[in-house]
Design a protein around this ligand. Structure first.
Ligand code: LHQ
Length: 257
């Protein structure tokens, strides 16, 4: 279906695998476009309740393919036409997104992981703000997401020093949700994805939307947003099911409706 991304549906989860392993899944224009299209496809498929992004081979993604870049390239245009639409597609997705960081996530590959809602990192994974080593600034939303995860000072330090961040340290910093053993990485990620896929999907979408809005609204505006969001959540089948299950002392079965 896509040239550089494999798209698999397992249960209610779409698995999107960046597939340029010989380049450590570095971004060329096709990969940017394929990630965007694949996320769009999964976002609109009513059967899909969770989206996982991962990398083929030993890396998650090594960022921009540096072989395609020369001094003639207008990097601003590359971002506007390829990276920004990809990041915005992930950002506007109302379903939970998981970056399954199987190996190194460098440069814009780290940005891709940061744009997701959750990061499950293999113990073998690492993060690298590689940009500074090639005289660039973190892009593709990197400097937007990073301080929200680790705070301003740490984000500055990571961006400027560009030191390798091993998985354990990433966990300590709050950069990743949890670690998974290298040997059982896919199983552990799948278990996490399945857990999310069995939750009230619409409520998760509203949580995502409201949390984002909290960064730029005042309390009064935000409280109204709470009211509107809860009104919508209160009309879902999953809300009805949750209350009914609680009252009858059984486990709820949420269908994402
Ligand atoms: C690669 C790459 C790569 C090409 C590994 N490109 N071949 C920039 C410009 C334009 C617009 C938008 O935004 C951006 C943002 C960016 O992403 S800038 C940052 C770009 N990324 C980097 O600078 C990271 C470069 N790569 C590395 O630092 C290392 O390869 C890492 C730390 C990722 C992995 O190190 P190792 O595990 O030691 O692997 P390796 O370095 O031996 O790489 C294996 C192969 O992959 C190697 O090719 P070869 O033919 O020798 O086997 C690398 O040349 C190739 N490769 N990353 N980004």
């Amino acid at each position: 279906m896509f040239e550089t991304v494999t798209y698999e549906v397992r249960g209610n989860t779409a698995w999107l695998t960046l597939n340029r392993p010989e380049k450590l899944n570095a971004f060329n224009a096709q990969l940017n476009k394929d990630v965007q299209k694949a996320v769009k496809e999964a976002s609109k498929d009513p059967n899909i309740r969770v989206i996982v992004l991962t990398g083929a081979g030993r890396a998650f993604c090594s960022g921009q393919d540096l072989e395609g870049v020369d001094e003639q390239t207008d990097l601003g245009d590359v971002l506007r036409t390829l990276y920004n639409p990809m990041v915005l597609e992930i950002e506007k997705c109302e379903k939970p997104t998981i970056a399954a960081v199987n190996g190194v996530a460098a440069g814009a590959g780290m940005s891709l992981a940061l744009a997701c809602d959750f990061r499950i990192a293999s113990e073998k994974a690492s993060f690298l703000q590689a940009f500074i080593h090639v005289g660039l600034i973190p892009d593709a939303g990197n400097l937007y997401f990073l301080p929200r995860l680790v705070g301003h000072a740490k984000a500055l330090e990571l961006a400027v020093l560009g030191e390798k961040i091993p998985a354990e340290e990433a966990l300590r910093l709050g950069l990743v949700t949890r670690l998974a053993s290298a040997d059982h990485f896919l199983e552990e990620t799948a278990a996490f994805a399945e857990r999310l896929a069995s939750m009230p999907t619409k409520a998760i979408g509203l949580i995502k939307r409201n949390l984002k809005a909290s960064w730029h609204e005042n309390l009064e505006e935000f409280l109204e947003r709470d009211a509107q969001g809860q009104r919508i959540a209160g009309q879902t089948e999953d809300h009805r099911e949750g209350v009914e299950a609680f009252l009858s002392k059984r486990k709820p079965v949420f269908r994402g409706e």
